[in-house]
Design a protein around this ligand. Structure first.
Ligand code: ZN
Length: 262
């Protein structure tokens, strides 16, 4: 979402329809850039309201809530359809996207499906609300290495990277939908190693990159295809992304790495 903070022409100042989302994002930018306290943000909002600027939030809490709602709306979901013949993925449910597949014109058997959730938006949401310090650039032999059970790879990344980064462990869990049937779904979960252990596994700090809706268990080729869909986004996140981290009240450029898949 891109915001236009400053209209190009002076006469637009009186007519430009600032939305509550735009004003809240502007106030949050001011807070970060100038290290304003929450009460300062509230004061600016009330000052703008006194000058009859419409859609102004009257408190920092409302600014924060408005942005969080916008972010929730942006937790976009994509559905991928997986051909049961060649395991190629398609964005539409009618036919296989592979031109070499005999189901390219029309699926002969119903394709499997996989719901993918945007990982980057979830990281943004978690770090924006994280109350504990993010343990980036940990020292060697820190407690995180033992917990991730993949200490060698963690140390290897640590030795290669000069930039700050966070790391993930990916797991796939089966959730039974009923005691009386074998209907299940499989939920993909990722935890962030650099979050303190005491809150790392809380639901609000867990990333859900995707769901296999079942009812049957994915076959090995289907599981590999779904993992590749998730990994495609994770590869993009290996480049540094600016995240607002609440506990340090600052924007941090962080790279991301998947270090373990269980
Ligand atoms: Zn196919």
């Amino acid at each position: 979402m891109k915001y236009c903070l400053y209209p190009k022409h002076e006469d637009q100042y009186n007519s430009f329809p600032f939305t509550k989302s735009v004003l809240s994002a502007s106030l949050m930018l001011l807070k970060v850039r100038h290290r304003l306290t929450r009460s300062r943000v509230t004061d600016i909002g009330r000052l703008m309201s006194n000058y009859r600027v419409s859609n102004t939030s009257l408190s920092y809490q409302v600014v924060k809530y408005t942005i969080e709602q916008d972010m929730t709306n942006e937790l976009d979901t994509e559905t991928y359809y997986i051909c049961t013949s060649c395991y190629h993925t398609s964005k539409h449910s009618e036919s296989c996207a592979s031109e070499t597949c005999h189901e390219n014109d029309l699926f002969e058997k119903p394709p499997s499906s996989f719901s993918k959730f945007c990982v980057r938006h979830q990281i943004e949401h978690i770090l924006r609300n994280l109350n504990v310090q993010l343990n980036i650039r940990p020292q060697k032999n820190s407690y995180m290495i033992d917990i991730s059970d993949d200490g060698d790879l963690y140390q290897h990344i640590l030795s290669l990277e000069n930039d700050d980064f966070i790391t993930f462990v990916l797991n796939v869990d089966r959730i039974s939908l009923s005691d009386s049937s074998d209907q299940s779904l499989w939920i993909f979960l990722m935890i962030i190693n650099e979050i303190s252990e005491n809150v790392r596994f809380q639901l609000r700090n867990i990333i859900i990159p995707g769901i296999w809706p079942g009812p049957r268990k994915p076959t090995n080729p289907e599981l590999q295809t779904t993992l590749s869909i998730v990994v495609d986004e994770l590869v993009d996140l290996e480049e540094a992304v600016d995240y607002y981290v609440k506990s340090s009240d600052s924007l941090l450029p962080l790279k991301s790495s998947l270090i373990c898949s269980l």
